[in-house]
Design a protein around this ligand. Structure first.
Ligand code: PLP
Length: 323
């Protein structure tokens, strides 16, 4: 099979059966979304949303598409927009990694970096204020809005959800990390439709407010949010597990050394949640447990896989605990 563009190869990512010491009571599977063309689960929503918007005539070659993202969605959108000849402006903040900034700068039409933190100390509200100004000032402008656009959830309902249902005969549990809520909303609806008894477990980071947690500075991108996403209303989940950054780092390292999986932060969070959830539990028949691993480790080389950076996170945690 020869492809005309790497971007046409979205989805059909590998599902890997893992043998994990301490989790012999379940059948454990990892869905490796880092195998998507631009390196993450966000390829699915970027490709799907743009295709739908073009087909419906909502956008065209003259529209300026705007989105606020310092991470995988910005990378995916800038790639797909460029390949489709669409204008894309990306609003980012100083926490963007140098790797993502380089890619988005090269592939988008405009990268706007906010500098002023909002009253919570983060940048989300400042980024949204810039988006609102662009919507006012630019005549033909469309805000993709991953946190509120129903097409984001629809993308995962039609692709990731369908794929895991087809790859496995029976699903008992799905564990997924949450940020915009798109993966959770779409995948949960499809899996519950096919397997109504399946338990969907949402995994969030401590310091995120998505499930009512107390806001706190977070350092690992991709998982968690400082606002409650609108599309979460469409999600069907049975339980929420909050993971901390130390457990996330340790489980990323464990995935690498025990399973040769070089993954991003949220995969470590999901794996930590699974190990915690099933510890000491017994089942008459081992249930099928699916973990969604959203991206690969390369973009975290200077953070999660860098000893000095990890030490600085451990120091901050120790300080918090001794106060
Ligand atoms: C690494 C990573 N994990 C998890 C997620 C969560 O996905 P969603 O935004 O669909 O909730 C994202 C989203 O950007 C991500 O980049």
């Amino acid at each position: 099979m020869v492809y005309q563009s790497i971007l046409s190869k979205v989805g059909n990512t590998p599902l890997v059966h893992m043998q994990d010491a301490g989790l012999e009571q379940v059948k454990l599977y990892a869905k490796m979304e880092g195998f998507n063309p631009t390196g993450s689960v966000k390829d699915r929503s970027a490709a799907y949303i743009l295709e739908k918007l073009l087909r419906s005539g909502t956008i065209n070659q003259d529209t300026i598409l705007i989105e606020s993202s310092s991470g995988n969605f910005g990378v995916a959108l800038s790639s797909y927009c460029k390949s489709l000849g669409l204008n894309f402006w990306c609003v980012v903040d100083p926490n963007i990694s140098p790797e993502n900034e380089m890619i988005i700068r090269r592939l988008s039409d405009n990268l706007i970096k906010v500098t002023e933190p909002d009253h919570s100390g983060g940048y989300l509200l400042t980024r949204i204020a810039v988006i609102q100004r662009l919507l006012r000032d630019l005549p033909n402008c469309y805000w993709i809005n991953q946190y509120g656009n129903p097409l984001n959830a629809e993308a995962y309902y039609n692709s990731l959800g369908t794929e895991i249902c087809e790859q496995l005969e029976g699903i008992d549990y799905v564990f997924l990390g949450v940020s915009s809520g798109g993966t959770l909303a779409g995948t949960s609806r499809k899996v519950k439709e096919r397997y109504p008894k399946a338990q969907i477990i949402a995994v969030d980071m401590q310091g995120s407010v998505i499930f009512g947690g107390i806001p706190r500075k977070r350092h690992i991108p991709g998982i968690g949010s400082s606002m409650v996403p609108d599309i979460l209303k469409q999600a069907l989940y049975d339980d929420v597990i909050l993971v901390d950054e130390v457990a996330t780092i340790e489980h990323c390292h464990r995935l690498l050394t025990k399973h040769y999986m070089y993954t991003g932060g949220s995969s470590g969070s999901v794996y930590a949640a699974v190990r915690h959830y099933f510890a000491g539990r017994v089942f008459p028949e081992p249930p099928n447990v699916v973990m969604i691993f959203p991206d690969r480790g390369e973009r975290y080389a200077s953070t999660i896989y860098n000893e000095a950076w990890c030490d600085s996170i451990y120091d901050q945690v120790n300080k918090l605990e001794t106060v």
